[in-house]
Design a protein around this ligand. Structure first.
Ligand SMILES: [Zn+2]
Length: 216
């Protein structure tokens, strides 16, 4: 972080960026990580920050931080490595959710649905169906509004991203807890961080543990 601050201090316009703006940038990047990686070309390694932000995300971040789009490009170049490492944290917290609540008025611009810090993604970013001609190709995305019950933040608005194969003749896709092929749902192994308990309702892992204790 020290090196990042040094580079920012040497920038002719970003040298006066506030700690609050920087915190907000890291928080938004953390919560939008999958939204940032999914539209990237396959040549970009998903574990590394991409060279360029998707245009709609760059515009949203610039407006959220009250800086120009050109400055946002410079800021991304400076903080992307640090922000990608920071985004290894477990899950969004109260501060992240607050950050999104402040930016709720911007949520519908550029066609983005990003007024919640929680978006539930499948593990996959590309089609993994062994029989599919589009195997390894980037999936198409739709988002649905959900409710996530948490201990720290209570009931939260959230979104789930459903990813579908780009092969229009196929009928398979990927959800947070399971994949579906020709109407057959196959649940992923292990316990997901967010467990679906109703049509559009999920509980997070800490809430799940308490419910399990109460239930005996
Ligand atoms: Zn496919």
């Amino acid at each position: 972080m020290f090196h990042t601050l040094q580079v920012l201090a040497a920038h002719p316009e970003l040298n006066n960026i506030t700690a609050l703006q920087l915190f907000c940038a890291f928080s938004l990047i953390f919560c939008l990580k999958r939204d940032i990686t999914i539209p990237q070309p396959l040549s970009e390694a998903p574990e590394c920050p991409p060279t360029f932000l998707p245009p709609a995300i760059a515009e949203f971040l610039a407006e959220s931080l009250s800086i120009s789009l050109d400055l946002m490009k410079d800021l991304w170049e400076i903080v992307r490595e640090e922000a990608w490492v920071e985004s290894q944290k477990d899950k969004p917290g109260k501060d992240d959710e607050e950050c999104f609540r402040w930016k709720r008025e911007l949520s519908t611009i550029h066609g983005l649905i990003i007024d919640s810090s929680i978006t539930l993604y499948p593990l996959e970013g590309v089609c993994t169906n062994a029989d599919c001609i589009k195997r390894g190709k980037t999936l198409k995305k739709t988002k649905f509004c959900e409710v996530v019950y948490t201990l720290a933040m209570g009931a939260c608005r959230a979104y789930s991203a459903h990813l579908f194969c780009p092969d229009t003749l196929s009928n398979h896709g990927y959800h947070h807890n399971f994949s579906v092929c020709d109407g057959v749902q196959t649940y992923y192994g292990g316990m997901p961080k967010y467990l679906q308990v109703g049509e559009h309702q999920f509980v997070n892992d800490s809430c799940k543990k308490v419910w399990k204790r109460v239930g005996g």
